[in-house]
Design a protein around this ligand. Structure first.
Ligand code: NAD
Length: 277
């Protein structure tokens, strides 16, 4: 995609959560090139300031807000400040997210609450606090970052997969409801993207030993977050519903629909080999 002003973004107000790293940062940088005015949020102030610094070096001024998307009161307060200062959003990207891995029996309930609080309720909070004003304003676009794990549930990822399946369900339902108000809703489903997510992941069971290997796989795969940012921008422009990003995300998307039994058999064999004493 050409990194130049585009009518779907030029002068439009966009808010990106989790903009202090990875996909969120890449999205903020691309949206700025496309001409958007930006509000950037993250719970990590250092990452957020680094994204803002890169943008200011490019001559783009942004509003930054340190906020935890899982905190309902903080998200309501954020919306109050944003609406008061700059008005209704045209584009909302609910991107902030975390990962968990490990077999179900080893994963504590606290980790389920943590990942659901951020990946599911964070998205719910974003849609709630900004959606109403979009409707009143006559339209807009909400982008929710789900995952290939949102339609294909691999083993040892039950909590993360369940959270991303929830984001898919929320997005698909909201898309149908919001259509009559001129608000588009897209669910983006990346595969293996080289960001900080796996080094920040909470692991349990056998996955505790494997985290370094997983970090290495993501690094060597080296599929950049910029490609996800482009898919996000295209989703806004064309009002796409569900967008797998990366070859593996497409393979899982097609495989799950066309040959679910084969996909499960492959996973079982892989797991059996790994867990065999
Ligand atoms: N990297 C991948 O392979 C991949 C694949 C599929 C989906 N995703 C999804 O993409 C999104 C972005 O992840 P990423 O890969 O860029 O990871 P990342 O770790 O590089 O970036 C995530 C950002 O979200 C922020 N964040 C985390 N919890 C937050 C909270 N409670 N409130 C506010 N900010 C918070 C972090 O501080 C960080 O800056 C996530 O929703 C993730 O689940 C990533």
């Amino acid at each position: 995609m050409k990194k130049q002003r585009h009518p779907a973004f030029d002068g439009k107000l966009a808010l990106v959560t989790g903009a202090g790293s990875g996909i969120g940062r890449a999205t903020a940088l691309l949206f700025a090139d496309l001409g958007a005015r930006l509000v950037l949020c993250d719970r990590n102030p250092e990452g957020l300031q680094e994204t803002a610094r890169i943008l200011r070096e490019k001559g783009v001024d942004v509003l930054t807000e340190s906020v935890d998307v899982s905190d309902w009161a903080a998200m309501q307060a954020l919306a109050g400040r944003v609406h008061g200062k700059v008005g209704a959003l045209d584009i909302l990207v609910n991107n902030a997210g975390v990962a968990t891995s490990g077999d179900f029996l080893s994963t504590p309930v606290e980790d389920w609450s943590w990942v659901f609080g951020i990946n599911v309720m964070g998205v719910v909070h974003g849609c709630k606090v900004f959606g109403q004003r979009m409707v009143q304003n006559g339209g807009g676009h909400i982008v929710n970052i789900a995952s290939a794990a949102g339609y294909y549930a691999a083993p040892e990822m039950s909590a993360y997969s369940a959270s991303k399946h929830a984001v898919m369900g929320l997005s698909e339902s909201l898309r149908l409801e919001m259509a009559e108000f001129g608000v588009g809703v897209s669910a983006i489903c990346p595969g293996v993207i080289n960001t900080n997510i796996v080094s920040a992941m909470r692991t349990n069971g056998a996955m505790v030993q494997s985290q370094g290997k997983v970090v290495d796989i993501y690094r060597k795969r080296n599929y950049g977050p910029e490609k996800v940012a482009e898919a996000i921008a295209e989703a806004v422009i064309h009002n796409r519903a569900v967008v797998p990003v990366s070859p593996e995300a497409w393979v899982l998307y097609a495989g799950k629909r066309l040959m679910p039994g084969v996909m499960d058999a492959v996973q079982r064999t892989r797991l059996f080999r790994r867990l065999k004493p």
